[in-house]
Design a binder for this molecule. Structure first.
Ligand SMILES: O=C(CO)COP(=O)(O)O
Length: 228
């Protein structure tokens, strides 16, 4: 069972340090907890992963960080393929696959995000799976440190998660491609985490806005543990 927090472009280094201290007051037995803060808040801590990095040790990539910067904090976990990077930052599947392979070669635990936009969802499950298959291009779906995160774009930050039936059906299809853990993400909140975590082939959740309040996130971890 995996419960992960993606802070996106929220929180300072100081706030992140305080958050982690408070978060660690709960018992992490039977649950893997991961926290993805902004790059300025990366610290040496087992829970921390990077939201992004460039597939390079170092070099001339203005505004990016590479392996050298992650190594300073002993960071061995990364998010790749998040829809905000695909759609807002324009990352192509080819580039995402390059990133995946670089961080795989460097032994990172990779939270690999996939998810369809609303116009695809409206066409039905077959169109969704076809779309997701394209997001698996160039990705080793049996990489031992892979964690897949299914995050429908239309459910991210909208307050409306996918329905239980939609999650069940989509995760069952994704399961045909990988034996690795599959997380659901997209408006996971304190009031729906129990129902989501109970679904077959849901091995955890990736939480955005609801994770920003550490007390809420702590309760979400407890509910996830109690219900799986
Ligand atoms: O994108 C997400 C996590 O990566 C989900 O964000 P929200 O939980 O805010 O919908």
């Amino acid at each position: 069972m995996i419960v992960a927090a993606n802070f996106k472009t929220n929180k300072t280094r100081k706030e992140t340090v305080e958050y982690l201290k408070e978060l660690k007051t709960i018992d992490f037995e039977n649950v893997k907890v991961a926290v993805f803060p902004p790059q300025t808040a990366l610290t040496e801590d087992d829970l921390i992963g990077a939201q992004n990095a460039y597939p390079t040790v170092n070099g001339a990539y203005t505004g990016e960080i590479g392996l050298e910067q992650l190594n300073e904090f002993n960071i061995k976990r990364i998010l790749i393929g998040h829809s905000e990077r695909r759609h807002i930052l324009g990352e192509t599947q080819e580039f995402i696959a390059e990133k995946f392979n670089f961080f795989k070669e460097n032994g990172f635990e990779i939270f690999y995000c996939i998810g369809e936009p609303l116009e695809i969802r409206k066409k039905g499950i077959d169109a969704v799976i076809e779309y997701l298959k394209n997001q698996f291009r160039g990705i080793d779906l049996e990489y031992e440190k892979l964690i897949v995160a299914y995050e429908p774009v239309w459910a991210i930050g909208t307050g409306v998660s996918a329905s239980i039936d939609e999650i069940r059906a989509t995760h069952a299809e994704i399961r045909k491609f990988t034996s690795k853990p599959i997380l659901y993400g997209g408006s996971v909140k304190l009031n729906n985490i129990e129902d989501i975590i109970k679904i077959k082939n849901v091995d955890g959740v990736l939480v955005g806005s609801a994770s920003l309040d550490v007390n809420v996130f702590k309760q979400m971890i407890k509910k996830a543990k109690e219900n799986k």
